[in-house]
Design a protein around this ligand. Structure first.
Ligand code: URA
Ligand code: URA
Length: 236
């Protein structure tokens, strides 16, 4: 006698699922795990379900094929963000640049190297914090994010913040801070202050690229970072 039909069907569907196909079939036998691949190219259902992601890996799978704005067509890599999934401090920049788009990681170009130095001065590394951007995809020619791009992408960032639960979000640069705080205040007015972002403490400092252009921003940036570390101590 051959193996029973149910086992055969299950094995067949499991193989299909392993090749990336969505499985609708639910085995009766509860010992057999249900295979539900969540990385399916062009699957908008997964993207609409990102809100239910329970961890960063699930969130990544749910949104990494996003085509909700036109940048989905021009990006090389989706730049999700990197770092400690339980970071106390989360840095939020503007958008991936050329190097980030190529490598799939935020802040890996010149500005990123400076951010690494700032972190080192704080006695932190990229593995201690979490680093992300307002946009997950590179805008062509590094233009500013468009409101409709930022609007969709901020939902993903907000979900990341909910999962990571950092004690402090630090916006890097005016664009990031203005977006998250829904304001047109200057960076000079926003830095050195604490805000509430959906229940998370948020502050802002200069973008590392601004420090490369204007070294006199280095001192106030360092003061901002020290205030962040002090605040973190107070919260412990
Ligand atoms: N600038 C940003 O705002 N983000 C990056 O990831 C790189 C440069
Ligand atoms: N303008 C910006 O966009 N960022 C800075 O950090 C400073 C000025």
């Amino acid at each position: 006698m051959h193996e029973n039909v149910q086992d055969m069907i299950h094995r067949y569907l499991q193989q299909r699922a392993e090749m990336g196909e969505q499985v609708i079939y639910k085995p009766f036998d509860s010992e057999i795990p249900i295979v539900e691949p969540d990385i399916i190219a062009g699957d908008t259902v997964a993207i609409d379900n990102f809100e239910s992601a329970e961890n960063l890996d699930d969130l990544y799978s749910a949104i990494c094929d996003c085509q909700k704005c036109a940048l989905g067509q021009t990006r090389t890599r989706f730049v999700f963000g990197v770092g400690n999934p339980e970071a106390d401090i989360m840095f939020v920049g503007e958008a991936p640049g050329a190097e980030e788009d190529r490598l799939g990681e935020p802040f890996v170009g010149r500005a990123g190297k400076l951010l690494d130095k700032i972190l080192a001065a704080m006695k932190l590394s990229r593995d201690d914090v979490f680093i992300a951007n307002i946009l997950k995809c590179r805008p062509p020619n590094n233009r500013d994010p468009k409101p409709e791009e930022a609007q969709v992408c901020e939902l993903y960032l907000h979900k990341q913040i909910q999962l990571i639960k950092p004690k402090i979000v630090c916006c890097l640069g005016r664009i990031s801070a203005q977006r998250l705080l829904q304001t047109d205040m200057s960076l000079g007015k926003m830095r050195d202050k604490w805000f509430d972002y959906h229940g998370t403490l948020l502050t802002a400092t200069y973008h590392p690229a601004a420090l490369l252009r204007n070294p006199h921003f280095k001192r106030p940036t360092w003061e901002d970072m020290q205030k962040i570390l002090k605040k973190l101590e107070e919260l412990k």
